[in-house]
Design a protein around this ligand. Sequence first.
Ligand code: TZP
Ligand code: MG
Length: 219
Amino acid sequence: MKNMNVKFYGITDRSYLKDHNLIDAIEKAIKGGITVLQLREKGLNSRDFYYQALKVKEVTDHHGIPLIVNDRVDIALAVVADGVHVGQEDLPTKIARKIIGKEKILGVSVENVEQAIQAQKDGADYLGVGPVFPSPTKPEAKTISISEVKKIKESVNIPVVAIGGITAENLYDLMRETNVDGVAVISALFSGDVEENATRIRKVIEKVEIVKIVNERSQ
Ligand code: TZP
Ligand code: MG
């Protein structure tokens, strides 16, 4: 993949911020250790989404963090973001890849092995898989079993990021059991103290990495 560390994938959702400013919250998430940021805006019109994305890009560029735009290939290109993330109801992977070209990062949400293999074949750089736990952000979505996540991870050779209901408390076991490359977090990152949340989550991710290295060495 085009040079991106997916291990701590922060995704915005302004509804968790109450009266806090999105840009401040992103700054805090970066300070706490996210490695990539996705701008996810479900309610904005195109103009507002574009200006929002421009502002966010200034911050992510300043800190050297990749910016991925959710859903909107046009806005990703318009603000010269690092990439775009599409789901199974957005533009098909092949078409999104054709529009953004070879250099931009393309993420695709998948729910099963078949979709994962297809997305990889069609040009995805990484996969989002979930919800792995019930998600307060997407309560209507049916969870995917841990064994399916494991199977998806084993079926592709691009990075796999788990999403949905992930917290500092449950991510250690999830990452150890599934071997996913990263975790994507919305509510457990952006509700309350964003910097403290990010710092706690990042620490657990680092613990997973250390345990993995130690285990590999002792084998
Ligand atoms: N896709 C699957 S679950 C989800 C998305 C966008 C929402 C994740 O949010 P949270 O708050 O981390 O559960
Ligand atoms: Mg989408």
